[in-house]
Design a protein around this ligand. Structure first.
Ligand code: DAK
Length: 258
């Protein structure tokens, strides 16, 4: 296990090819301030090129994140609001070349839930409280929420959540499709899943993620062309040969990410 000491608002530890990022501003329920977002941005740049990391888990002890830090936003002008840098970092996480899993306990609200929406898979505690309360502050979700939420759960369900600002938890969140599974210990569950993914072929995972992400953006013809190019490209990888040979030789494949 390796601990990175160069961050003040997040804690990162690497365990068996899985990087676990803990959002760490407990006094404000992990409200996301600019410094934390800058650190996340830097962390994801570092993790992208770290060959020891194959999967990332984002979590927060007791709470995931109760939204962007409201004290940072009260007096912003429209220009300042536009340059308040959440969206580039969130897009970076959504397009991160390795799987990213959110393990959600406590509150995941506003920008916190938008961060969770950037992850590939969300696992929540049954009592986690999730929602988009921005409407109660005179704004609406602006860090990808109006775009990612309807793509994930459908337009009218997204409108209901965003218009009312109400929170959902447990089975209701699961039924909405806001989370993928519930677990009493979501971090443990997320790390277990991450461990499984860490054993898969990294380039195939990366390209599958790119193809699936593009499915929400392009028409079917274009999507299937993107898929065909990515898929055939895998036949230039060591891991494709290894995976298929291992099957034929009746042994477990060992993927090297090449
Ligand atoms: N910001 C700042 N401080 C927060 C906070 C937040 N979002 N959430 C909680 N805190 C602080 C509280 O002020 C309190 O601090 P002290 O009074 O102890 O100093 C401490 O955390 C504990 O909170 P409470 O005392 O309120 O705890 P409760 O259990 O009573 O209530 C709560 C928990 C989560 C229901 C409540 O704290 C709450 O309603 N929090 C605000 C939730 C919220 O409205 N979240 C949405 C924020 S707006 C973008 C950038 C950002 C965004 C979008 C676009 N661009 C650049 C495009 C995102 C916007 C948002 O997320």
């Amino acid at each position: 296990m390796k601990t990175n000491m160069s961050y003040e608002n997040i804690i990162i530890r690497n365990e068996n090819s899985v990087a676990i990022i803990n959002l760490d501003r407990p006094k404000s329920l992990n409200a996301l301030n600019s410094e934390l977002i800058d650190e996340l941005d830097r962390a994801f740049d570092e993790l992208a090129v770290d060959p020891e990391v194959r999967v990332v888990v984002i979590t927060g002890e007791k709470n995931f994140a109760a939204g962007a830090d409201i004290t940072n936003m009260v007096e912003l002008s429209p220009d300042e609001a536009r340059s308040f840098a959440f969206t580039p970092t969130f897009n970076k996480i959504a397009n991160f070349p390795k799987p990213v899993i959110a393990a959600i306990e406590g509150f995941a609200l506003g920008g916190g839930m938008e961060l969770a929406l950037c992850c590939d898979i969300r696992i929540a505690a049954p009592g986690a409280k999730m929602g988009f309360p921005e409407i109660n502050l005179g704004i609406f979700p602006g860090a990808g929420g109006t775009q990612r939420l309807p793509r994930l759960i459908g337009a009218s369900k997204a409108k209901k959540l965003i218009f009312t600002g109400s929170m959902v938890e447990g089975e209701a969140a699961l039924e909405l499709g806001l989370v993928d599974s519930l677990a009493d210990n979501p971090l443990e569950e997320a790390v277990k899943l991450a461990g499984k993914l860490a054993g898969k072929a990294p380039i195939a995972l990366k390209l599958a993620k790119e193809c699936i992400n593009s499915a929400g953006d392009v028409d079917l013809q274009t999507g299937t062309k993107i898929e065909a190019i990515s898929w055939s490209g895998l036949f230039a990888t060591v891991d494709q040969r290894e995976g298929m040979r291992a099957f034929i030789e009746k042994r477990k494949a060992v993927f090297v990410g090449k």
